[in-house]
Design a protein around this ligand. Structure first.
Ligand SMILES: [Zn+2]
Length: 328
């Protein structure tokens, strides 16, 4: 099988091809999850991913599958396996090739866990592919976040900015653990409703449904990163801040990048991606003969995989770099 980057991740054999996370919608494509850099309509996807797509983009065209229910595209046999990244997120297994998509091997409260699986070829994301990109222990940071939520919402108001698909739901679950039912923006609510549909127990209330007094004093508001701490925070965030609300950002980048802590009172480095050391452990446990790296620090990760694990590794080649007499 030839594997290369061409309009997405292309797997090709005997003039047949399948496209993983394709650059545009196509019926011979399969997508891993509903973040906009991966999601395309008119592809194969898991049921929750299709639900999120509908809510966020209005698109409905998709061929849906359950996890662990094998399916075929152009006679390739594929299977969606939990990636632990966001609701419905999947790794894709295809005849000895495992593509992680965005994956989380530590496990989440709300979206499962990515477990390593034996494969011949592993295509792995390298968002945090540099050796110094190591995150603090997730359980410790979640405890810190829970303590911050308890302290802030007992004496005033707190605002947490987090990606509205994935991170926001981890924040809601953490708030619930602290005995707090947060108010949430419409964007966060619409995605969280899908988590609830798939039996993830989350307690929250739409900010827009609060009465006027409650709107001035919501305790905790969970909203998107851009609304909370972007260059132009939305009007709700602005007025709460003027009355003394504290703002926190929840993002893995809080551990690595100064910009992530700009304009906020606290930062909690929780990521739904694997950091460098968990990536290396995951690769070792999948026991592949060949590793291809995609997204982020591809060269750095490939170099370390060869050096530390002795496994053949390189950034996924582009179509033009692969000798393919038959491809057209
Ligand atoms: Zn993602």
């Amino acid at each position: 099988m030839d594997i290369f980057n061409y309009k997405g991740i292309c797997l090709r054999e005997d003039k047949r091809a399948v496209y993983l996370d394709p650059s545009q919608g196509r019926p011979d494509g399969a997508v891993t999850h509903a973040h906009s850099d991966h999601l395309r309509p008119n592809t194969h996807m898991t049921r929750p991913t299709a639900d999120v797509m509908k809510v966020r983009t209005g698109a409905t065209k998709a061929t849906v599958h359950d996890f662990h229910d094998p399916f075929k595209i152009n006679d390739f046999e594929l299977e969606f396996i939990s990636a632990g990244h966001v609701v419905g997120s999947a790794m894709i297994e295809c005849q000895g090739v495992l593509y992680t998509g965005d994956y989380n091997p530590y496990g989440t409260v709300t979206a499962g866990i990515a477990k390593p699986r034996d494969c011949d070829t592993l295509i792995v994301e390298s968002t945090y592919g540099k050796p110094n990109q190591i995150l603090p222990d997730r359980t410790d940071v979640l405890s810190d976040l829970q303590a911050w939520i308890s302290a802030i919402s007992s004496k005033g108001n707190g605002i947490i900015g987090a990606y509205s698909l994935g991170k926001a739901q981890e924040v809601i679950a953490t708030a619930n653990k602290a005995g707090v039912t947060p108010a949430v923006s419409e964007e966060v609510a619409s995605v969280s409703d899908i988590y609830k549909k798939y039996d993830v127990p989350l307690e929250y209330i739409r900010y827009n449904k609060l009465n006027d007094a409650e709107k001035k004093n919501p305790g905790l508001l969970v909203t998107s990163t851009t609304s909370a701490s972007g260059k132009k925070p939305d009007s709700v965030v602005k007025s709460l801040r003027e009355k003394g609300a504290k703002v926190a950002r929840v993002s893995g980048w809080c551990a690595f990048a100064k910009w992530a802590l700009k304009g906020v009172d606290a930062g909690f480095p929780i990521s739904d991606h694997a950091d460098f050391s968990s990536t290396m452990k995951f690769i070792e446990e999948c026991n592949p003969k060949q590793v291809y790296t995609v997204h982020g620090s591809t060269k750095e990760l490939a170099k370390e995989v060869e050096k530390q694990l002795g496994i053949k590794a390189q950034p996924l080649p582009k179509y033009g770099e692969v000798a393919l007499e038959t491809f057209n």
